[in-house]
Write a protein that binds this ligand. Sequence first.
Ligand code: DC
Length: 217
Amino acid sequence: MKKDVQIAIDGPAGSGKSTIARKLAERLNLDYIDTGAMYRAITLAAINMGIAPGDRKGIIDTAVRSRIQLRGVKVFLNGEDVSLKVRMPLVDKRVSEVASIPEVRKILVGLQRQMAARGGIVMDGRDIGTSVLPEARYKFFLTATLEERAKRRFQDLVKTNPQITLKQVMNEMERRDLLDSTRGHSPLKVADDAVVIDTTGKSIEEVLDEIMGIVGG
Ligand code: DC
């Protein structure tokens, strides 16, 4: 495996991409970059600042002023470890709006490219193969049925929120998928040269083996 190899992993929420990307980076001894966590951190910053939904200028100002860092699997906002806070349902609810703003994307994509330039990486997101790293050596697009993706997310969320229902998670996910794939600026879509892997009914190990079979060791 070349030290400066770039592996892009895109797909909708719950497709397994973060887990797979993290494990793949471990196996190949590459850095892992979770770009979703970066959009989540800006969203959290806007929530903390009391910026209302729809206040584009407020969100852009927040993005300009926030310092986002990734260290391993952790995300830091202005020096604070916010890895847990960025998974809050309120962040889920508002992140697609934040991610649809071109000025916000420009800032984060710039950071993502800087990180990728430092060495070999596995980067996961929605637009990595199509827009952030169009020259990436390997591109994968993970999918799964809405039902399976919602079940995976539900199993995570119910641990901290026993009131939540599968139906609520499914509706929220459907809404976010629609926003992420129909926005005007770099929407979620399959890159022409990406390998599409349907993870429905497959274990993490099975998907990892499939990818390792393509990228080699
Ligand atoms: O992968 P995730 O669920 O943590 O991503 C959170 C949101 O961020 C998702 O709804 C879409 C957006 N996102 C994006 O627009 N582009 C990326 N490269 C990564 C995430």
